[in-house]
Ligand binder design. Structure first.
Ligand code: G4P
Length: 530
């Protein structure tokens, strides 16, 4: 095995998907804890005040839709390097979440044991499904009153049309929660009576469920129930099948209690052993294998620097192939220019450090002044156009107006930058002087107004429009597209990349246009490729 292949085989790049409050933040913290990237929980607790301050900061970041510090967290467990990509929790930033999911190889789905599948879990799952992404499930909060585990498994199977195989089985729930039996490794792991600051042990190795050790370690009624339930669940669920998992048809399910550090180690072992290594990456011309010698990478996220006075941005780049080295010259495919990457950044838990090297599956941050945009490809010379990184048609459209009309030009520049970052869609109608700004959630407008005021010094307000939706328009025949544009001038705008967009006044207007112009395609998403 070459060094490159070895490094590829050690990478696990994943994201956590969940409904708010299911425990994503807690689980993230615990994964970092087990990965040695942060201090013991005790230390975290002792620094209560600081922690509060930190989480308040996170809240601000989140409200503003930015979280550079925790966007990517890298840690090592069992010789494998894990890259955990954070996805913004708030529904309004789901577009960012979708793009982040294009940069991972698998996802951990966290469910609250009392609630099961919730709306946001479902939405995010659908995005994963589009890409047949392998999903590992973690059912959290078993220390609270929970739904019946059979019921939860059934719900996953029924509502997500996903086969389930329990990887562990809970022994009791709520106040009676004793621990789990690890069905893959045949270990009994008990929760212990200690505080939340203790890490649970590795558990007791058993020779299957009939092992008399279980009778010694568990109360009679619990062991009888465990045997009966596992017997039943094994009859109901298919055995674990690696191919079905990697194809996104089957999910192994772990039970645990993140806040008590419980079930987290088993989950990490599971990801170490089963989660996929960096995948082959599709481009318009060919598929890139991760163990190809030449470096290739794509930008999936842009973030303005935390310092509002600074114009720098960080492009989050996923390495797809080859060994990346600091100082490397890479071709920026869109502009056809060579760029030297002097200061790539690696993200280690809360810290950032210079990346001397990076491997497929790794995420590096490249500071830049706006040259890099979402979807851009970097290569060692080849014209690679990465596919599958979408823009979404916004569901809310508003007009942006500067409080001071003389600052209209500055506003235009600010909006252009926000659009390039992927923070919003910005449309310039070909008729009139207004800017139309599109968002996938209404909260985004507040965040934008705040950023435009503080970062660009342009007080701005957003006003409702009578527009219904926006569609990117395309046609095979350039003449047909031009004709369509000329015939609908009042409804035509350009996005920040000068792509043509149709702004529909209502559903009927859109349907009518589609009927009248059969040669024109009206697209809800636009891929970030030229
Ligand atoms: P999120 O990122 O998915 O939104 O969830 P987060 O981790 O913030 O957890 C949401 C709430 O659930 C938090 O409580 C957290 O402490 C709690 N929680 C997480 N995991 C467990 C678990 O295994 N068992 C129990 N019982 N609770 C859990 P909070 O009261 O909202 O916040 P906090 O004051 O505890 O920080």
């Amino acid at each position: 095995m070459s060094k490159l292949q070895e490094q590829v085989s050690r990478r696990r790049t994943f994201a956590i998907i969940s409904h708010p409050d299911a425990g994503k933040t807690t689980l993230t913290e615990k994964l970092l804890l087990f990965g040695g990237a942060i201090q013991l929980a005790g230390a975290v607790k002792a620094r209560g005040q600081q922690r509060r301050a930190h989480s308040d900061w996170m809240k601000v970041e989140r409200e503003r839709g930015i979280s550079v510090a925790s966007s990517v967290m890298t840690f090592v467990f069992e010789e494998n390097t894990f890259n955990l990509l954070d996805t913004p929790g708030h529904e309004d930033f789901s577009e960012d979440t979708y793009r982040t999911l294009t940069a991972v190889d698998s996802a951990v789905m966290v469910l609250d044991a009392a609630k099961g599948i919730e709306t946001q879990t479902r939405k995010l799952f659908e995005v994963c499904r589009l890409r047949d992404m392998p999903i590992t499930t973690f059912i959290n909060k078993l220390d609270r009153e929970s739904r019946d585990p059979f019921d939860l498994l059934d719900e996953i199977e029924q509502t997500l049309a996903l086969d389930v195989t329990p990887a562990s089985w809970p022994i009791g729930t709520g106040r009676d929660f004793l621990g789990c039996y690890d069905l893959f490794a045949d270990r009994l792991v008990l929760i212990g009576k200690g505080s939340r600051d203790e890490l649970p042990g590795e558990g007791v190795v058993c020779k299957g469920l009939d092992d008399p050790k279980l009778d010694e370690l568990l109360p009679d009624h619990a062991v009888a129930k465990l045997r009966e339930e596992v017997d039943m669940v094994r009859g109901l669920c298919p055995p674990f099948d690696m191919t079905a998992f990697l194809e996104g048809h089957l999910t192994p399910v772990y039970f645990g209690s993140a806040i008590n550090n419980f079930g987290v180690r088993e989950l990490l072992y599971g990801l170490s052993e089963r989660a996929p290594v960096p995948r082959a990456q599709p481009t318009a011309s060919r598929v890139i294998e991760p163990d190809e010698d030449k470096v290739s990478a794509f930008v999936f996220k842009i973030q303005a620097n935390m310092d509002p006075k600074h114009r720098d941005r960080i492009a989050f780049v996923r390495i797809c192939s080859g060994q990346f080295k600091r100082g490397m010259k890479l071709k920026h495919v869109r502009s056809d220019k060579v760029m030297t990457v002097h200061n790539p950044v690696l993200f280690l838990a809360q810290d950032r450090e210079l990346a001397e090297e990076a491997w497929p599956g790794d995420i590096v941050g490249i500071p830049n002044h706006g040259a890099l945009r979402i979807g851009d490809g970097l290569s060692e010379g080849e014209d690679l156009r990465f596919t599958g990184i979408p823009s979404f048609a916004p569901e809310y459209l508003q007009t942006a107006r500067p409080d001071d009309p003389l600052r209209a030009k500055h506003l235009g520049r600010a909006l252009q930058q926000l659009a390039e970052e992927g923070a919003a869609s910005v449309f310039k109608p070909i008729v009139g002087a207004d800017w139309i700004v599109g968002a996938v959630g209404p909260l985004q407008f507040e965040v934008m107004a705040d950023r435009i005021r503080t970062e660009f010094d342009v007080p701005v307000h957003f006003e409702p429009t009578s527009l219904y939706t926006a569609r990117w328009v395309e046609a095979d025949d350039a003449q047909a597209l031009k004709k369509f544009g000329d015939g609908n001038q009042a409804a035509i705008a350009n996005d920040h990349d000068d792509a043509m967009v149709f702004l529909a006044r209502n559903a009927w207007h859109l349907d009518r246009a589609a009927e009248d112009w059969p040669d024109v395609r009206f697209l809800k998403t636009r891929e970030h490729v030229e």
